[in-house]
Design a protein around this ligand. Structure first.
Ligand code: ATP
Ligand code: MG
Length: 213
């Protein structure tokens, strides 16, 4: 049985696909089998990224497949240790289907209220639909603020009743450039950036293992 991680958001562009690619890469590099189900049928961000990765000969290989429905994606999941669902930009019926299918639902968010508020609205609506709060985790992603601003963002989410993963990933052109050439954000030329991203990935894995236990 695969551990299933769902990447969802209310707002587009928060980092779902970037997180999905990092997680898949980290699982595979750690000796586990993993696959991304790319459910963003319009943009197919992860699918195209896997193409760039293969063309550039980046190892290890990361499997990505496009699926039209969560149901068909899940049918394929049992063969893998970890299975990552990458959702469409905005919240839709698909978001709820992803949430229901996942052991852990990750909502990436920046540290401004403009980003935090829609994330909390989405989390509330997932809970209202019956998802247990502990299956949700926020990930601080593409952050630009000071330590004080980031601490305030964490406390905003915690006060709303949701777990926030330890660690964060700042905005960096090196992360964007890595994605451009088919690399994950743990594969930039910069060790400190890779380590920072890897730490968040490890915290996702720890949270997933805890939830699935
Ligand atoms: N830490 C970062 N620093 C700089 N750029 C980043 C970072 N993370 C992601 N990006 C860039 O931000 C953009 C949006 O990221 P991504 O595609 O992962 O978000 P998404 O939530 O999947 O978007 P969508 O809602 O459109 O599916 C991409 O161009 C990506 O390369
Ligand atoms: Mg995406």
């Amino acid at each position: 049985m695969a551990y299933i991680i769902g990447m969802v958001s209310q707002k587009g562009g928060v980092g779902k696909s970037t997180l999905a690619r990092m997680m898949a890469r980290e699982f595979v590099a750690g000796g586990m089998s993993a696959k991304i189900a790319d459910l963003d049928t319009q943009q197919q961000t992860c699918t195209y990224w896997a193409g760039r990765r293969a063309e550039s000969g980046v190892a290890p290989e990361v499997q990505v497949q496009s699926f039209a429905t969560v149901k068909s994606a899940i049918e394929d999941s049992a063969r893998f240790d970890a299975y990552i669902l990458d959702g469409k930009p905005n919240a839709s019926e698909q978001t709820y289907e992803i949430a229901r299918a996942s052991d852990l639902v990750v909502i990436p968010t920046g540290q401004t209220v403009d980003d935090l508020h829609p994330g909390v609205v989405l989390a509330h609506s997932l809970v209202k639909k019956g998802l247990p709060t502990h299956r949700i985790a926020f990930a601080m992603f593409k952050i630009t603020g000071s330590d004080r601003e980031n601490a305030a963002a964490r406390s905003y989410l915690e006060q709303a009743g949701y777990p926030v993963l330890p660690g964060d990933v700042p905005v960096s052109t090196a992360y964007g450039s890595a994605s451009d050439i088919g690399k994950a954000i743990t594969e930039t030329p910069f060790k400190s950036l890779n380590q920072r991203a890897a730490m968040l990935a490890q915290n996702v894995i720890d949270a997933m293992a805890e939830r699935a236990a």
